[in-house]
Design a protein. Sequence first.
Length: 160
Amino acid sequence: MLLVVGLGNPGKKYTKTRHNIGFQVIDNLKSLNLPRAILAKPKTFMNLSGKAIKSLIVKYKIPFTCLWVVHDDIDLPLGKTRISKNRGPAGHKGVKSIIKEIGTKNFNRFRIGIRPEKGKPKNIEKFVLQKFNKKEEQVIKEVIKKTNEEIIRLNENSCY
């Protein structure tokens, strides 16, 4: 069984913010047929994501190698993606929470870039809670589509 978790913050206030890109990916994936996979959006806030993920891992007996976490990444330019495994949180508090709760960094991550062309903003915490502008939304729509295609491809070849 594959566990795909999108990171974000619950509530309408945070819908379509940069920090909720993981939720957007999961919402889109739910409209597709992804057999043998659990799709999750933690109801905890981003910085407490690890508690929710740990409970899912325990409940469904998911090995860490079958955990895929989708999240925003301020270190990557808007629209760029990177798959990584066995890496530290690099300042991402949601990922830090996961590592702390499950006791390992040996899980898979889909990192989706949200950094603007001008470089990292000075107030990152404020920036990640802002909504994408119209131009950025188009880029994100494509990224979500490509990320979902990759998750579907990986789902066909792993964790069974």
